[in-house]
Design a protein around this ligand. Structure first.
Ligand SMILES: O=P(O)(O)OC[C@H]1O[C@H](O[C@H]2O[C@H](CO)[C@@H](O)[C@H](O)[C@H]2O)[C@H](O)[C@@H](O)[C@@H]1O
Length: 269
């Protein structure tokens, strides 16, 4: 029985087989909560065992482009994944505002955005002082309030206040995630970035997996009817076509795709 067969999901197995036969594909995934387990301190994150190896294996196959797409900024993403300049694995950071691939999404912050981000960071630092245990993460285009590990009430209070800082403003995008609220001065989204990346690398079909709210932007623009394969990791409502229960199960899926595409990709053998 195949790995995916062991997960008991023949529909996903069929979808992966169909994708593996395509001439050109883009295989992309979110990082935190998808390719990597959550950690209390975001700096402690490491990709799950075998995850990057499977992606690198896919990137070596003909007609196969690979990317990690994350809310992390590009520099942090490179550090966490070990992807270096010239690597065949592409990186898309800051929810689509940064990319290692030319022509995808290189949104430079203007002076006004930089000043706004500084101002937001100061306000969030004050918020953190009032909410014991909450933590600040400064990114290239955003500042985030983290609450993982706090009690439910404490989390809710800090996150609600963070949302209030950006709500109703056209110049700030409020992104709610898992135990995190992010105030971004960029209006990029993962869906637009993935479509741009697919166009640039010439991929006819896309595989995309993710676990969080911002991944829904990607799932929505990748319909199964157009040959795309979308996989939600974990619980919660989703526009994705398929679902797996955990990070470990997603790694099994990516490895399965590697095995199938190694056999079935036009020109692979
Ligand atoms: O798009 P992603 O790759 O899923 O990134 C989303 C956010 O991930 C990080 O926060 C999440 O993971 C942390 C480490 O496991 C965890 O402590 C936190 O509770 C999660 O929300 C990252 O810190 C954020 O910048 C990303 O936007």
């Amino acid at each position: 029985m195949s790995d995916v067969g062991a997960l008991g999901d023949p529909a996903l197995e069929d979808a992966l087989t169909g994708l593996a036969r395509r001439r050109t594909v883009l295989v992309a995934s979110d990082l935190d909560g998808a390719l990597a387990e959550f950690t209390r301190d975001p700096a402690d994150t490491v990709p799950a065992p075998g995850a990057m190896l499977a992606l690198r294996g896919l990137a070596r196959l003909p007609g196969t482009s690979v990317a990690v797409v994350s809310g992390r900024d590009a520099a942090t993403l490179a550090e966490l994944t070990g992807v270096r300049p010239g690597d065949p694995v592409a990186l898309v950071g800051s929810h689509g505002a940064e990319s290692s691939v030319a022509g995808v999404t290189a949104q430079r912050l203007d002076d006004g955005q930089r000043a706004l981000l500084d101002e937001l960071t100061t306000t969030v630092a004050e918020l953190i002082e009032r909410h014991r245990g909450a933590r600040l993460e400064r990114k290239r285009a955003a500042v985030a309030v983290h609450t993982r590990g706090l009690s439910d009430d404490a989390e809710q209070a800090a996150l609600e206040e963070a949302v209030g800082l950006g709500e109703g403003r056209d110049d700030v995008r409020v992104l709610r995630g898992k135990s995190v609220v992010e105030l971004s001065v960029s209006h990029a989204d993962k869906g637009s970035a993935l479509l741009a990346l697919a166009r640039v690398v010439g991929a006819e079909s896309v595989f995309y997996s993710g676990d969080d709210v911002t991944d829904e932007d990607a799932f929505r623009v990748l319909p199964a009817a157009d040959g795309h394969v979308t996989v939600k990791v974990g619980d919660g409502g989703t526009a994705a076509e398929h679902r797996v229960p955990s990070v470990g199960a997603l790694v099994v899926v990516v490895r399965r795709l590697l095995a199938l595409r190694s056999d079935l990709a036009p020109g692979a053998r």
